[in-house]
Design a binder for this molecule. Sequence first.
Ligand code: GDP
Length: 452
Amino acid sequence: MRSPCVIVLGAQWGDEGKGKIVDLLAGRFAWIARYQGGHNAGHTVVIGGRRFILQLIPCGILRGASKAVIGNGVVLDPQALVDEIASLAAAGVDVAGQLFVSNRAHVILPYHRSIEHAAESAPGRLRIGTTSRGIGPAYEDKMGRRGLRVADLYDPALLRDHISESLAEKNAIAQALFGAAPLDAGSILETYQGLAEQIRPFVADTGALLNAAAARGESILLEGAQGALLDIDHGTYPFVTSSSTTAGGACIGTGLAPTRLTGAIGVSKAYCTRVGGGPFPTELAGAAGDDLRRRGNEFGSVTGRPRRVGWFDAPLMRYAAALNGLDALVVTKLDVLDELARIPVCVGYRGGDAIPPTVAGWGAIEPVYEQLPGWQTSTEGVTRWQDLPPRARDYLAFLARVSGVEIGMVSTGPERDQTITIAGSKLEQLLGAPTGAAAQEGARVRGNSARP
Ligand code: GDP
């Protein structure tokens, strides 16, 4: 049997609680790799009551056994990496010998940040709601074939020329378009030379490492950042991120051969949220939305921004399932719905479920809801399927049925042990072994499970 080589990704617009789930699964894998995004990911992991926010380093690093990779598809802010390594060290986690950074990852430079910030604040420009960390502009330079890669940091002449030439251009653009003050090439060069030395021990040909590991039969978890609906091609364009968040991006962004993959797991909330602008058909406004936001503590872990909240959107989940070939679903934050008397679920769109390619098309969507009865009992911390209130089980079975994806795991709180794993599920098969002591016999949450 082939060893597991599995993608775990957000099946909505990000913030689905992937951090906790990847952390939970990470101990079962020899390697954990990030394949896209930058230090805007903001995974939150809670271990023993301590909160870790990891923005760049794969959160699997908190499981000592795993080797962690920042793949070529990630854009790297070396300062953010150095800071994150230092904060982990302060918490007693030493990443030496465990963390590998792709020599082909593109580097974020200070002008990427300043241009993005100026563009997002400029009057008359479409606000995407980015975190202004320079991630989008770094990807633009990558695709424009004028980027700087990690390996280039170690060629002094190339680095000096690149910074001075790029900066001359970027300063002119930022000045002309946004009236921004120019940046100084000398200080950027000095800073980046220093940072390059600090990250040098971690730099490697990570594609070669991963393919060799797979050839040796070692297991690999590919960790998505953001979510499927923020994919640059397949998401709600232009309200998307600048990289390929979907399963296809996992190979591009690591160099791991597609034929090595053995499956894809989607992570979804029991409801739905999104940060920033853009389409959100099931959005819940007003006091009810405020209430759900408060219960779910839906505020960005990196930016603190309030997240938009709404109901589970089955047509979008079917879309995400098809795009990513999802084999199994993990449903998080079930406990957030505990007090509701009834829970709407969007089961379709009036006039058809086709996912529109334009913002105008999204605006015309009318969700069709089914109202499910709430369980109005605490599910917080429940670890066994049979201990869930029957209506909560029915709700989950309903989500699986309307999504067409089997549920293999349910999260009932932020802590690792506040999790239900479903014995005999497809997810368990994908992981190559029973998911541990918490796995229970008999519970099945399949796409075709009985109606509530
Ligand atoms: P990620 O980027 O997908 O990992 O998501 P975030 O870390 O931005 O947001 C998830 C938040 O929900 C974090 O604060 C988690 O600690 C928390 N969380 C994860 N799973 C659950 C759950 O099942 N219930 C509750 N109440 N909180 C959860």
